[in-house]
Design a protein around this ligand. Structure first.
Ligand SMILES: [Zn+2]
Length: 122
């Protein structure tokens, strides 16, 4: 027996089925359980909460979009080359963020160094 889901390209998934007859990537119950577990895990773990505070909101959206795309690609609903393109674009966005953050921190350091210099000349 195989997963009977018809993918977007019209072919059958053929993944190894669970009791529902669908594979883990296509069984909505699995997705619901995974979502619930992720939510619970995210809420309960102080480390995850602390880490999440440092992730800008648009980066969080990007990450969850990528996670979704990975699952879709695994299930055969998204072409691998699209996932690759998304990964490349996401990498570029992350680098822009990193550069902007470093620029901001550098400016702050330069500002503080300038203030220190002025004090010393008094
Ligand atoms: Zn499937």
């Amino acid at each position: 027996m195989k997963c009977s889901t018809v993918k977007r390209d019209g072919t059958n998934c053929g993944g190894i089925p669970l009791a529902s007859g669908l594979c883990w990537a296509h069984d909505p119950a699995v997705r619901d359980r995974a979502d619930a577990a992720r939510r619970k895990g995210g809420e309960n773990k102080a480390n995850a909460r602390r880490a999440a505070k440092h992730i800008p909101a648009d980066m969080k959206a990007l990450a969850s979009q990528l996670m979704e795309a990975i699952t879709e690609c695994y299930a055969g609903d998204l072409e691998p080359r699209r996932l690759t393109a998304m990964g490349t674009a996401a990498g570029a966005i992350v680098r822009i963020h990193e550069t902007a953050e470093l620029e901001g921190r550098l400016e702050e350091l330069e500002r503080r160094a300038e203030v220190g210099q002025q004090r010393r000349t008094w």
